[in-house]
Design a binder for this molecule. Structure first.
Ligand code: GDP
Ligand code: ZN
Length: 377
């Protein structure tokens, strides 16, 4: 498998260190957060997340990218769709190539605790085996990451998938019961990873649930993109398909809300298993840790990972949760105490906004629950 064509002359390379924009000591309180998120002007949140867990020097906050001087010969561009040990499966748009990582690059990425991962955009060169058959590649460069889904492994933040554009947060009108707190948690986790949350309310064919629809409208009024779908009747599926096209999406939500059904409705070739996850089988299930990307017919990827289940708020420090409640932003600067946690403090402008109905009581309670969970974690 690993017969390399030896002595092939390689173009001169130039190593460059790319600075992540330094984060301020205190996170910015930015009321334009969702807008900036949509426009892609976001900071390298993955760098900040790892900072919260492991103290890192300035140097390690940089990612090294090897840049070829002659771009045309810098190899083929592709996306890592799966990892098999040290082998990355790279999709160049027409086929998938098993690729190793150029040793120097691999060593450096490992030192930086940023090994190549699913979702990474890479450039690779194709090498021939002894028979002259070109069937594998070598990754020469990795692009800096944008949105990431992370989870905690031991004391470390691990990237499950890189370059995720959006998380489609699916819930259902009923069966299972609509739980807005869960939606809020996914929103916070998505924001923290620099990924746009899109809120989808499925099973619209079931009897109208006024409460759920009102919540969906509330999310919409906060500036989130929302979708109403029924995988059963087909309502909203075209719109759902358009939302996925050309982007890399993760689909999150409780078991049974219809995630697999929706993806099958969008692209029947996926043929995902529907309705087979019972509480019992879930417990006994082997927990796979690696994600894969599935290419959609309409150009775009969905993340297929049991790890999305652990994509949660566990990487978000309590003091930062307020940043991910977009409607709090304009009030926070008016709190009496700069370190106000908006719970018991006097002169809290957020609580005042709840009292005057400028912030929904339900969302506020959701914030308090998350905050308390994180400080006791
Ligand atoms: P997942 O666990 O989120 O992937 O959910 P599944 O796609 O496996 O669906 C769970 C159950 O809900 C299955 O019995 C589906 O047939 C059903 N289901 C999915 N979407 C809809 C829908 O839009 N309407 C109704 N009534 N049932 C649905
Ligand atoms: Zn306050």
């Amino acid at each position: 498998m690993t017969h390399k064509r030896k002595g092939r002359s390689r173009k001169s390379e130039r190593k460059i260190r790319i600075d992540f924009r330094r984060n301020r000591a205190r996170p910015a309180r930015d009321k334009d957060w969702t807008r900036r998120l949509r426009e892609g002007d976001i900071e390298a949140e993955d760098a900040r997340l790892s900072e919260n867990v492991v103290a890192k020097g300035d140097l390690s906050r940089k990612r090294t990218v090897i840049e070829r001087e002659n771009d045309e010969e810098a190899g083929v561009a592709g996306v890592v769709v799966a990892m098999r040990g040290l082998v990355a499966e790279v999709d160049d748009g027409t086929r998938v190539w098993p690729c190793t990582v150029r040793r120097k690059l691999r060593t450096r990425l490992i030192e930086e605790r940023n090994p190549v991962t699913v979702g990474d955009r890479v450039r690779f060169t194709i090498e021939a085996d002894e028979q002259g058959v070109e069937n594998e590649g070598v990754i020469e460069a990795v692009e800096p990451r944008r949105g990431v889904l992370t989870r905690i492994v031991g004391k470390r933040v691990q990237t499950i998938v890189a370059n995720v554009d959006q998380v489609i947060i699916v819930s259902a009108v009923a069966d299972p019961e609509f739980k807005p707190h869960l939606v809020d948690r996914y929103i916070v986790a998505a924001h923290a990873g620099g990924v746009e949350p899109v809120i989808c309310l499925n099973k619209q064919d079931l009897p109208n649930n006024v409460g759920a629809v009102a919540e969906l409208e509330h999310y919409s009024s906060l500036g989130y993109r929302t979708l109403k779908t029924s995988a059963k009747s087909g309502l909203g599926i075209d719109y759902f398909r358009t939302a996925l096209a050309g982007r890399c999406s993760a689909v999150a939500g409780q078991s049974g809300v219809g995630k697999s059904s929706l993806l099958n409705a969008v692209d029947p070739r996926l043929n995902l298993r529907v309705g087979e996850v019972s509480a019992e089988t879930q417990k006994g299930r082997h927990v796979t840790t690696t994600a894969t990307l599935i290419r959609l017919a309409d150009d775009g990827y969905v993340v297929d990972t049991p790890g999305v289940r652990s994509f949660d708020i566990s990487t978000v420090p309590a003091a930062e949760i307020e940043l991910h409640f977009v409607e709090f932003a304009e009030h926070i600067p008016h709190c009496k105490f700069p370190d106000c946690t908006h719970r018991h403090e006097t002169g809290c402008a957020v609580k005042a906004a709840v009292d005057s109905d400028h912030i929904s009581t339900r969302r506020y309670e959701s914030y308090c629950r998350m905050f308390e969970e994180r400080i006791t974690a």
